[in-house]
Design a protein around this ligand. Structure first.
Ligand SMILES: Cc1cc2nc3c(=O)[nH]c(=O)nc-3n(C[C@H](O)[C@H](O)[C@H](O)COP(=O)(O)OP(=O)(O)OC[C@H]3O[C@@H](n4cnc5c(N)ncnc54)[C@H](O)[C@@H]3O)c2cc1C
Length: 448
């Protein structure tokens, strides 16, 4: 028998959960259907050496005001990312340690890098926040990949390498896979490359005590109607009076639906009536990035004793971005980092042992022989997650944003779209997920 609600929400990630709380606050009855056996989606709890960790989304920055406010409301406190000491850059086969934000590259590369970052800053602000596809140079920028742009506009090997490392770290995709317009829009929505990659004043400034995933859990606990778990939505049928939603936990009937899942998963739902060609085309053209998040635990944070911050980046190793994840009481030392972009395709295929060996070998190059003696190791391959199919976020190749982008937030009849990919500020981030949930709830509330 069909169960009824004013609104059914597909997906109990941060976006779906936020939409649900907003709609409940407006007096609507809401049912959230979640495919997994847990809430949180790309925010996922884990444990290493007895410490709680985030296997997915984790950091928060000072301009991510929605996320900070939500956490404060739910009683989840933040603490600073450890950022003292020297950082390590593994570049062209040698290890370079340096202090501050400027990587230790040849002078000409550094000068060019400064010029490139300033140019990105100038170009990104020409994109209108709600409609980057209408920017004066949108057509030109959307007709080339970021890699084409790098080859045409960056001369020094150091600046090119930096641009490629940043792309992998921020998008979990290769510069050859995304349009230059999409890249600029992501920079705009993330307040510029320095905010996106920075610790102090940047997107990696702080973390959540007890893990970011506890924000999603507490939000779910605050709902009047518990989230229905193990309930993948398979089909959605719209008619003049409402919408029927078919899930593995039965059928639901609602006046409106919020689909708060990544585009690749929205595309796997069967729609009867078929979606408009542009909306369907957009879904087909927004692949996810690829990432494996890795935690490695040690008896102590030995790198701190050696004057290192625990931060490392590399143009060579698959495990190419690393941060300190040591708990505040320093009971153990923990490093966290990422294998991303094309490296993931190779590492997924090579299996657990080869992956672990490659990670430890990279850490030994960055931090010395003590890195070869971990006491625990945990990794999370997001490409293997049926209900994410990659991470952190979807991206667009050339020709997608200017041809299909304008429908990204446009409802289709009674179907409304949420999820971090639809955000205009901090797209791809937890903050963007919250923004999208608030926007979708508002759209529905204003309909009658
Ligand atoms: C390794 C990693 C590190 C990250 N680091 C950060 C970070 O430091 N800071 C930051 O702000 N962000 C970070 N992110 C990104 C952040 O986690 C996401 O932007 C955010 O969680 C997305 O929320 P969402 O609700 O839009 O989507 P999701 O979390 O993907 O939620 C979608 C939900 O829908 C469910 N679903 C899918 N299909 C169906 C279906 N057919 N029926 C029912 N349910 C379905 C899924 O199971 C999922 O629970 C990271 C992500 C990863 C993976």
């Amino acid at each position: 028998m069909e169960r009824k609600a004013d609104v059914v929400i597909v997906g109990a990630g941060l976006a779906g959960l936020k939409a649900a709380t907003e709609l409940e606050a407006k007096g609507r009855s809401v049912v959230v259907l979640e495919a997994r056996d847990r809430v949180g989606g790309r925010m996922k709890p884990g444990e290493i050496a007895g410490e709680v960790i985030d296997r997915g989304g984790q950091w928060v920055g000072p301009t991510q005001k929605l996320l900070l406010a939500e956490a404060a409301k739910l009683g989840v406190e933040t603490y600073a990312q450890y950022d003292k000491g020297e950082q390590v850059l593994w570049y062209q086969g040698t290890r370079r340690a340096y202090k501050g934000d400027i990587p230790k590259l040849p002078l000409l590369s550094l000068l060019e890098l400064d010029r490139v970052v300033k140019r990105w800053d100038r170009e990104m602000v020409t994109l209108p926040a709600e409609a980057p596809w209408t920017a004066p140079q949108a057509e030109d920028w959307d007709s080339q990949t970021l890699e084409t742009w790098i080859k045409r506009n960056i001369r020094t090997s150091g600046a090119r390498t930096f641009a490629r490392i940043v792309t992998r770290a921020v998008f979990c995709a290769e510069p050859a896979q995304m349009s230059y317009l999409f890249f600029l829009e992501y920079l705009r929505s993330g307040h510029g490359v320095e905010d996106l990659i920075g610790v102090k004043d940047g997107a990696q400034e702080a973390k959540f005590k007890g893990g970011a995933h506890s924000i999603a859990r507490r939000l779910a606990e605050s709902l009047k109607t518990p989230v229905v778990l193990d309930a993948p939505v398979r089909a959605i049928r719209q008619d003049d009076e409402g919408v029927t939603i078919r899930s593995d936990k039965g059928d639901y009937r609602a006046a409106h639906v919020v689909i708060a899942v990544p585009p690749v998963l929205a595309a796997r739902i069967h729609y009867d009536v078929a979606l408009p060609a542009k909306r369907d085309g957009l879904f087909q053209r927004m692949p996810m990035g690829s990432v494996i998040k890795v935690h490695v635990a040690y008896k102590e944070p030995f790198w701190r004793r050696a004057g290192l911050s625990g931060q490392a980046a590399s143009d060579h190793h698959a495990f190419n971005v690393v941060f300190d994840q040591t708990p505040e009481d320093e009971r153990v030392g923990i490093l966290v980092g990422f294998i991303d972009g094309d490296h993931v395709v190779e590492m997924s295929a090579r299996g657990d042992n080869a992956r672990r060996q490659s990670v430890i070998s990279a850490l030994t190059d960055y931090f010395g022989p003590k890195a070869a003696e971990p006491i625990d190791y945990v990794d999370q391959d997001w490409t293997a997650e049926e209900w994410s199919r990659g991470c952190y976020v979807a991206h667009m190749a050339p020709g997608v944003m200017t041809r299909y982008g304008d429908v990204i937030r446009e409802p289709v009849g009674r179907l409304h779209w949420a999820g971090t990919e639809t955000a205009t500020d901090w797209m791809g981030y937890m903050d963007g997920a919250l923004q999208s949930g608030i926007r979708a709830a508002k759209e529905i509330a204003e309909r009658k």
